[in-house]
Design a protein. Structure first.
Length: 382
């Protein structure tokens, strides 16, 4: 039985962000393959409680769960917790992407490695790549970094950041590992040009959805969290595309993004939270992804494709996809063309059927769970 040490800072059971869904899907894969997994998270990075830990263990997602704590510091003769990692806000750094591995965190992680040999150690995000740097306990252990994103691109607008130096530092961190997992085919190309290590495309994975006939309650579905990129995206859509749509179009918007939509929009239903999106996808005809910025593959695009829904999006919507055309996604950054694609899908049944078929085909070829499990099997033959 393979023993895996898996580091992901947040609570994957929340499932309220794409990165958490990815981590949870990997944990389910480990369980399916009967791997023994120890999980390392950060107590201060997310909302954790004893029930979360117990649930991960009872579901067979992890044998041990280590929640590393923030180091207390002495101030005015009393202990206070350092504000360095109190939130996800970036601490000002010069020139390069942040490094979230202070010495006390590395020491705690090293102690875990000292107590148990692992066949593979998997670290999520290059922010924490240095957890394995100079470790004395990685002989005969395969090290893998799951990048999630090209972080230099994410931080390119940060004050003082040098894109060149930051990309060099990001590549240095990735080079510490035996293998690099990427969520995006675009990032696979970039990293493989500069690194000698194997760069493996491990995309978002979802189960194939049974095609169930269901009356369509909504014409359009949009699912999003409330990060800055999503807020800017829905603002653009409502200001520039929504006024061009046919009268009576029915739109369902789901997620924390609803907290940032103000005003009275006819035909829009807003739902702050849904634990299982299956029914809402089946009751919708098309999905939209009006992203204006961001890196990596868009999780909700892949999720929509799994239901055979055509997607209308901006250019950023198809970042990371292995096929940029004939993939069930209709792409334009122009509001008039964007609205036109939506209108055509809603009024032309033949065109809709063609795009729905393409959506299902690209999903089955690259993102279905069984296909991704085969790729993971190959990577973890260690």
């Amino acid at each position: 039985m393979k023993r895996i040490l898996f580091f992901f800072p947040s609570n994957p059971l929340d499932k309220n962000e794409g990165c958490k869904i990815r981590a949870l899907n990997l944990l389910k894969y480990f369980r399916e393959r009967s791997f023994c997994v120890d999980y390392v998270g950060l107590d201060y990075w997310d909302n954790w409680n004893e029930e979360n830990v117990a649930s991960m263990q009872s579901q067979g997602l992890a044998e041990k769960v280590y929640l590393l704590k923030e180091e207390p510091v002495m101030k005015n003769n009393t202990f206070k917790y350092s504000s360095l990692f109190r939130s996800k806000k970036r601490v000002k750094q010069e020139l390069t992407i942040p490094d979230h591995t202070p010495s006390y965190l590395k020491e705690a992680f090293e102690q875990i490695l000292a107590n148990q040999h692992y066949d593979a150690v998997i670290i999520s995000y290059a922010y924490w790549a240095n957890l394995i740097k100079d470790s004395a306990y990685l002989d005969n252990t395969k090290t893998i970094i799951d990048t999630h994103d090209l972080l230099t691109s994410q931080h390119q607008k940060d004050e003082n950041l040098s894109v060149g130096l930051s990309l060099e530092e990001e590549l240095r961190r990735l080079s510490l590992f035996n293998e690099i997992w990427v969520i995006s085919s675009d990032e696979q190309y970039i990293f493989s040009q500069f690194l000698k290590q194997k760069v493996t495309f491990i995309p978002m994975m979802f189960d194939a959805q049974e095609r169930v006939f269901q009356a369509k309650e909504f014409d359009i579905i949009y699912v999003a969290s409330d990060n800055t990129n999503n807020i800017n995206s829905i603002t653009w859509f409502l200001n520039h595309v929504y006024p061009l749509l046919p009268a009576g179009v029915r739109i369902c918007i789901i997620g924390k993004i609803t907290e940032h939509i103000h005003g009275d929009y006819a035909g829009i239903t807003m739902i702050p939270f849904v634990s299982d999106l299956t029914d809402h996808y089946r009751k919708s005809k098309i999905a939209i992804c009006p992203m204006l910025a961001g890196t990596g593959i868009k999780v909700k695009v892949i999720e929509a494709l799994s239901f055979g829904l055509p997607v209308v999006g901006t250019q950023r919507a198809i970042d990371g996809m292995p096929n940029k055309i004939n993939n069930g996604c209709l792409i334009s950054d122009d509001p008039v063309r964007f609205a036109g694609y939506v209108t055509t899908l809603l009024t032309d049944d033949t065109f809709y059927s063609t795009q729905s078929k393409l959506a299902s085909e690209i999903f089955m070829s690259a993102f279905v769970t069984d296909k991704c499990y085969e790729d993971l099997d190959e990577s973890l033959r260690c």
